[in-house]
Design a protein around this ligand. Structure first.
Ligand code: SAM
Length: 225
């Protein structure tokens, strides 16, 4: 299990880290990410702050890594891809389902979003809620089952699901504003296709599908049992 103190040990952002981050940004860009605001955010955020000692050397590889509680920090390319699809405008109210390490939430904050983020694993919720403010970031944190969304603060301009869902939960579409969109990976246990669902009117949606990814499962009421 990760302790908060382990995370503090690495909170030095050296020239070496910055150099590795520049390389990571180039790599993510070479894989097809075009949104310069997203790339700049990845270039600013010290990803190694989220890594425990054993994995520290891997912080700037384009890979997902364990963060405790059987969960992972998403691959940077995946974070960039979902962020690009969301097309965040400053001031957008965004719900993130699956806070995890908080890295994706920070990218959204860097893009100017007002972020509401919900996590199912209490250990991760508590750790990330205490850690992010130490980095100077304070999204609105919630603990619970986000597979049903977060009705209390709906509607949202954008919703992002960072775990693989078996189907698109209706409640997430209900909690979108007209003109808003939901970015969600949907599939089986092995692979999930990235979908962007746009709420065209109160009654009409349009859907776009992109390539496959591999996420940890979305749990809870509308997730995997
Ligand atoms: N956005 C995270 C990050 O940047 O580190 C990604 C974390 S991981 C790929 C997905 C997260 O979704 C895990 O932390 C997992 O516990 C969480 N999760 C799974 N099912 C959930 C649910 N029903 N509600 C909220 N969070 C959930």
């Amino acid at each position: 299990q990760l302790k908060a103190i382990d995370l503090w040990v690495h909170m030095v952002d050296s020239y070496r880290h910055k150099g590795m981050r520049r390389q990571l940004v180039k790599l993510v860009e070479s894989k097809g990410i075009k949104d310069q605001r997203v790339l700049a955010a990845i270039g600013r955020i010290p990803r190694h702050f989220f890594f425990e000692n054993a994995f520290l050397e891997h912080a700037y590889e384009d890979k997902a890594f364990p963060i405790g509680a059987g969960q992972t920090i998403s691959q940077p390319y995946t974070v960039a891809f979902q962020s690009e699809l969301l097309n965040i405008k400053p001031g957008d109210k965004v719900l993130e389902i699956g806070t995890g390490s908080g890295y994706q939430a920070i990218v959204l904050l860097e893009l100017g979003a007002d972020v509401f983020t919900i996590e199912y694993q209490k250990e991760l919720y508590l750790r990330t809620k205490s850690f992010l403010p130490k980095m100077g970031y304070s999204p609105n944190f919630f603990y619970g089952d986000g597979s049903k969304g977060l009705e209390r603060f709906a509607p949202y301009d954008k919703i992002i699901v960072t775990a693989g869902a078996p189907t698109v939960p209706d409640s997430l579409i209900d909690q979108l504003k007209v003109g808003g969109s939901l970015v969600i990976p949907v599939g089986n246990a092995k692979t999930q296709q990235m979908l962007r669902i746009n709420k065209v009117t109160e009654k009409k949606i349009s859907s776009e599908s992109f390539h496959d990814f591999k996420f940890v499962p979305l749990l809870g009421d509308k997730g995997w049992k």
